[in-house]
Ligand binder design. Structure first.
Ligand code: CO8
Length: 262
């Protein structure tokens, strides 16, 4: 029996699926939900049987419709600071998870929902997905990393269009600005997400982790020389692994590799 009230965590075939599941509020993130997400990400991080994480929304309608507006209405600045910091902590934990994270965006991904997708590595959007940062219409701004990640991942013009304009966008526009990696018919979304996750799960956990870290840590370096050093260290380190020997030997022997994650 799981202790989670607002999320579901299912693990099968080396893939964990984490669903935000608060149908009465279209999966909006309140503090309890964020704390449960944090605990679930820790569990995924520690579980050697899990190689890839899929994040999605419970039900048909929403991925996550934002931070919980009812929970925020009466907040004073200090409480908002704590809530924002909790959101930052959870998104950062997801972003720094040493395993690939696929967002399967199945419906409304607004405010904190777009911010949750932005903290994932690959974003698969259903053709019914709706993204947006509508906080400006509530008299606030994004507070779970949206001002920073949207600008870094999609550029400042796209970030300002969404954050200053406050209008929602459909999946095809999200694809055009680089907020989604692919758009998939709604009925096929989870099948495609699992197919992609299964493909990644067949690779070495060591090279998946190294690739993710090299990209993310390199992007944080202002100088390309320093960023290239990040890649070089990670690249060279893999040559001490059994999986590098196996991957290259299997190629030369014209057979599929059997990675052992070591
Ligand atoms: N918070 C709380 N409840 C919500 C939220 C939300 N974000 N979104 C939907 N709900 C609730 C509705 O209140 C409604 O509840 P009830 O049935 O009790 O009236 C139920 O979910 C169903 O919603 P609707 O009836 O509105 O469904 P519609 O199909 O008509 O509309 C929408 C769907 C378009 C998704 C609409 O619900 C909507 O616009 N939701 C709000 C979207 C939004 O503004 N999100 C951004 C929130 S702010 C944010 O995310 C900031 C993040 C950083 C915070 C940092 C804090 C310091």
């Amino acid at each position: 029996m799981s202790d989670y009230q607002n999320i579901r965590l299912e693990i099968a075939d080396r893939i964990a699926t984490l669903s935000v599941d608060r149908p009465k509020a279209l999966n909006a993130l309140n503090p309890d939900t964020l704390r449960e997400l944090s605990a679930a990400i820790d569990a995924v991080a520690k579980d050697p049987a899990v190689k890839v994480l899929i994040v999605t929304g419970g039900g048909e309608k929403a991925f996550v419709a934002g931070a919980d507006i009812a929970a925020m209405t009466a907040m004073k600045p200090e409480e908002a600071q704590r809530f924002g910091a909790l959101g930052h902590e959870v998104m950062r934990k997801l972003e720094r998870l040493e395993k690939p994270v696929i967002a399967a965006v199945n419906g409304f991904a607004l405010g904190g929902g777009t911010e949750l997708a932005l903290a994932c590595d690959i974003v698969l959007a259903s053709d019914r997905a709706v993204f947006g940062q509508p906080e400006i219409k509530l008299g606030i701004i994004p507070g779970f990393g949206g001002t920073q990640r949207l600008a870094r991942k999609c550029g400042s013009f796209a970030a300002k269009e969404l954050i200053l304009g406050g209008e929602n966008i459909k999946a095809d526009r999200a694809l055009a600005i680089g907020l989604a990696s692919a758009v998939i018919p709604a009925v096929d979304l989870m099948t495609e997400a699992r197919k992609l996750a299964a493909k990644l799960a067949g690779y070495s956990a060591l090279s998946l982790k190294a690739a993710k870290q090299a990209i993310d840590e390199g992007l944080d370096k202002p100088r390309i020389e320093d960023a290239l050093q990040v890649e070089l260290q990670a690249f060279a380190h893999l040559f001490g692994s059994e999986d590098q020997k196996e991957g290259m030997t299997a190629f030369l022997e014209k057979r599929p590799p059997q990675f052992k994650d070591r």
